[in-house]
Ligand binder design. Structure first.
Ligand code: MLT
Ligand code: ZN
Length: 458
């Protein structure tokens, strides 16, 4: 009997798929570089089944790729080497909303949006949000410590995790932090699993902290002549109002999105860059939003701008930023997701800009990102005359120079997308050799037979 039929005997054949189209789609994430080639895809429906799969994989030396909504951008969920994909699609129940604790407990396969909706139905708020919230799963968000558009105000996924339940690489079941707010009892393994990219264990359930919904907000888009002005605009916004989001995009990004979706440009004047700012305000403070605008104009930081006058208008402005990633996806972008401290942002942007002009003179470069968190997404679009592999190896080469620069600024080669397969070679620019060796030692403890997510992260 082959190994997969044997596994089907353990967890039921209805929970195993070998169908070609599923093997391909479950073998990849949103990167367009690798082709999926797993041995099979399994869909555990209970913790017991998940544990049985992991024990089985240990016994028969099967490599396992944990799989959520596969919206990742670094190849963290890619299975291209006959691995077994363990999809959390069927563990998708919201188990409890606790109004006293202001928390929600959900299985890993529940989508981010389902969490947001369930919170809102209970007059609460789950603040982690990004364009792929409709399909990304909470287990994957936690395994990659997802960021998104509200980080400047609410922080990353890590800040919202009260408790985690995991099956480790050796098949042990752990209940981490028991959803407590205060718990000073030694090493907090919960935080080790957050951002571990499925290399230590599989998260099957999480309890998330909820909070009260934000006040109504106003969304502004400002045209900005120079990169350096963006951080000045941010300072003014922060000094006058509560900033929920401070995003930016370049004119190429705007043109691509507007063209693809037949959206309207925010205003007629074209600028090299745009800042999208979400300001939380009460009615009394509405005046202040106009003051922010006037101050930025007076200081010649912005050339034009629009301030939303309705919820629909605010939503339409957000689409200009939120739809960039999906629009670009069709052009096979090489994605850089880099960050430095906000105070170093202006100098860093200047240096990155010079580096890209020198190395990518004939490529279309699209800049956008969460400038309020010090995080920029630098996307290089694949020219038609290069194959995927030629393009990747050229960009990988430039990534080494970019890595040196990031290292000089003590920044990060992956601010929020994770490391996966794509950024593994660059990890050394952000983490020391000692740190990487410690990570390897920690992995050995939780996953002694190295069955989990081979080749990813470290
Ligand atoms: C975004 O900010 O839109 C997401 O991180 C996705 C991306 O960078 O493409
Ligand atoms: Zn982003």
């Amino acid at each position: 009997m082959d190994i997969v039929s044997r596994l089907a005997g353990v967890i039921g054949s209805e929970n195993v798929s070998y169908c070609d189209s599923e093997l391909q789609s479950y073998g990849v994430d949103r990167t367009t570089i690798w082709e999926g080639n797993p041995k099979a895809v399994v869909f555990p429906r209970s913790v017991k089944q998940l544990q049985d799969i992991i024990l089985f994989a240990n016994k028969y030396s099967l490599k396992v790729v944990p799989s959520g909504g596969r919206t990742g951008l670094c190849g963290g969920a890619v299975a291209n080497n006959s691995e077994l994909v363990v999809s959390m699609d069927k563990m998708n129940i919201i188990k409890e909303i606790n109004l006293d604790d202001r928390s929600i407990t959900a299985e890993a396969g529940v989508t981010t949006q389902q969490i947001q909706v369930a919170a809102a139905e209970n007059h609460l708020f789950y603040p982690v949000d990004f364009a792929s919230s409709g399909s990304s799963q909470i287990g994957g968000n936690i395994a990659t410590n997802a960021g998104g558009i509200n980080v400047i105000r609410y922080g990353m996924t890590r800040n919202w995790i009260l408790g985690l339940r995991v099956v480790t690489g050796s098949g042990d079941i752990l209940n981490l932090n028991k959803s407590l707010v205060k718990n000073n009892t030694g090493y907090d393994f919960r935080h080790l699993f957050i951002g571990s990219e499925g290399t230590l264990g599989i998260i099957y359930e999480a309890t998330l902290q909820l909070t009260e919904p934000p006040k109504p907000s106003t969304v502004c888009v400002f045209g900005v002549e120079k990169f350096a002005y963006l951080t000045e605009v941010l300072k003014i916004c922060k000094s006058m109002l509560q900033v929920n989001a401070f995003e930016f995009f370049c004119n190429n990004a705007l043109s691509r999105v507007v063209g693809a979706h037949q959206y309207q440009r925010p205003f007629d004047t074209e600028s090299p860059f745009y800042a999208l700012v979400e300001l939380e305000n009460t009615e009394i403070e509405t005046e202040t939003v106009f003051e922010v605008y006037s101050k930025c104009v007076d200081e010649k930081l912005i050339t034009d701008g629009v301030i939303s006058q309705s919820i629909d208008q605010a939503r339409a402005l957000w689409r200009l930023r939120e739809d960039i990633s999906e629009t670009l996806w069709h052009f096979q972008p090489y994605k850089n997701d880099i960050s430095v401290r906000i105070s170093k942002m202006a100098d860093f942007l200047n240096d990155v800009s010079q580096l890209t002009q020198k190395n990518y003179p004939d490529f279309e470069i699209i800049w956008y990102g969460h400038i309020g968190d010090g995080n920029i997404h630098l996307n290089i679009l694949k020219p038609k005359n290069l194959s995927t592999l030629q393009f990747k190896s050229f960009c990988d080469g430039v990534s080494m120079s970019l890595g040196e620069l990031i290292s000089k600024y003590e920044g990060s080669i992956s601010a929020e997308h994770g490391v996966g397969l794509l950024k593994k070679e660059s990890l050394r620019f952000s983490r020391s050799e000692d740190e990487i060796n410690l990570m390897k030692s920690i992995k050995k403890i939780f996953d002694p037979n190295a069955i989990l997510n081979p080749g990813k992260l470290i």
